[in-house]
Design a protein around this ligand. Sequence first.
Ligand SMILES: Cc1ncc(C[n+]2csc(CCOP(=O)(O)OP(=O)(O)O)c2C)c(N)n1
Ligand SMILES: [Mg+2]
Length: 369
Amino acid sequence: MRFFCKFAQPDLNHHFHQILDQTKMAKRASKSTKSKAKSPKDKYSKETFLGWYETALRVRRFEERALVEYGKQNIRGFCHVYIGQEAIAAALTTAITPDDAIVTAYRQHGVALARGLTSRSCMAELFGKYTGCVKGKGGSMHFFSKEHRYFGGNGIVGAQIPIGTGIGFAEKYRETNNISVTMFGDGAARQGALYESFNMAMNWKLPVLYIVENNGYAMGTSVARTSNVLDIHQVGEAFGMPHGEVDGMDTMKVHEAIKEAADHIRAGNGPYFLEIKTYRYKGHSVSDPAKYRTREELNSYRERDPVKSLEKTILDGKIASEDEIKAIKTKIKEEVEDSVKFALESPLPPVEELWTDNYVQEDYPFIKD
Ligand SMILES: Cc1ncc(C[n+]2csc(CCOP(=O)(O)OP(=O)(O)O)c2C)c(N)n1
Ligand SMILES: [Mg+2]
């Protein structure tokens, strides 16, 4: 609830006022019962905590292994890892529904795994194999799965913002009650496409949750070097779009922020702009030694590592036993190992595949032979 109150401007719009009122009422109600602050254990079930932990660990171990396989040249081309940003992937598994759409940028392995694409299909895709989620024809930046309502994986910075807006339009047009979760980086937030999309989405009250994953850098360029507006969510102000920010290293908080924004959108109020303040531990891509930042800065985030924090919350709160945590670690280790074996043993796509899946329309009229 806090993020709405902290960043809401009083004159934004009518619906937003309602949310604020509800928030105040809820706060008053909780004060009047004089209840103690809830512990994590009281707020969420054991299954929820273990599910978050499993997802975060899956993403971490999958990508650590992807880096090793890159070194062996089993994976080639661009490869941008999500390590450090796993709390967002974990929260996505609980804060939205499987029917909601997601579109994101090229730093996407973690989001795809959170969406339910298997480690096998993702690793095989990284290896360029036929068993990959897009038959080995997309690679690291272009996973896609219609079945999982996962619209990629986009290599052009900011290109997914109008795409996600269009998906939001389709959901509204079809009266589905699904939302379009449109994710992008701090660098993409400076693209002109964002401003046009925000205006259209707000004007038509489209069900879009815009999420900027502000990890501090766009390649080697810090946020401060790209704009005077450092709290990127405040860009929403120019469009009358409700907005807020959340600590991206804390899975519980990210879950709550996404859930609350999604509820607001699903209630028919139009888009919301959420800034998740996060950090990538590695360089921009495998070829970036990240010399533009200090070790102290990196360590300050590592101290709040999302995977370790979840493990600590679970163990300190006696939500699950050490053995249960150990069992998840073993399961993920085996799963990642299996995905590499699967990818290695899978065939490359046959040459004929060059001519398939290029256009949805079989008889696309504009290209002959
Ligand atoms: C239109 C466009 N301009 C430039 C690039 C080159 N480029 C690739 S990633 C990137 C940085 C984007 O950073 P950000 O949006 O913060 O995402 P992050 O890598 O931090 O996840 C740039 C400039 C591109 N792919 N597309
Ligand atoms: Mg960035």
